[in-house]
Design a protein around this ligand. Structure first.
Ligand code: FES
Length: 168
């Protein structure tokens, strides 16, 4: 009789434990679903762009997370920056001035970006060379897949730049 009471007590404890576990699991799942980004937000997080569509000397602007990203295919007469290049010949930088956030213009004749707000200048590698900008144009996170660059994902090339402090 005493054994039977103990086993009923055990059963009730197990049942309550299982019920509590299901409840906690349900709460955690609901929290996860609430915090998970919406599919449309995830889709905007990365942008793919085929670098081979940029001619030597040409610059293209790619929109990533609502920001302009400059993709410049440098020519041999432009300043070179092997450590801060993508595939050796492309400059890929956020088109936002590091002074106060204006959008610099590419001046093809001088081969520089010129910021219209306070006259800041950046060379063809995105390095600040004149005026108030405190640092080079930022390099956005990227990953290389063949000739395609995926903006928004950190690939090995970006990680190496980041370790050397060259992305900002
Ligand atoms: S915002 Fe570009 S130089 Fe001031």
């Amino acid at each position: 009789m005493a054994d039977e009471k103990v086993s009923r007590r055990d059963f009730l404890l197990y049942a309550m434990g299982a019920w509590a576990a299901v409840g906690v699991g349900g709460v955690l799942y609901a929290m996860y679903k609430t915090w998970e980004p919406l599919p449309e937000v995830k889709a905007q997080a990365t942008v793919s762009f085929d670098l081979s569509t940029v001619e030597p000397g040409q610059i293209k602007v790619v929109s990533w997370r609502g920001k302009p990203v400059f993709v410049l295919r440098r020519t041999p007469d432009m300043v070179q920056c092997p450590d801060r290049s993508v595939k050796g010949e492309y400059t890929v930088v956020l088109g936002i001035c590091t002074h106060l956030g204006c959008i610099p213009n590419w001046e093809a004749d001088k081969k520089i970006w010129h910021c219209p707000c306070h006259g800041g200048e950046y060379d063809a590698c995105g390095k600040n060379i004149f005026g108030p900008p405190p640092r080079p144009l930022d390099v956005p996170p990227f990953k290389i897949e063949g000739t395609t660059i995926v903006l928004g994902e950190e690939g090995n090339e970006y990680k190496q730049m980041k370790e050397k402090g060259l992305t900002v």
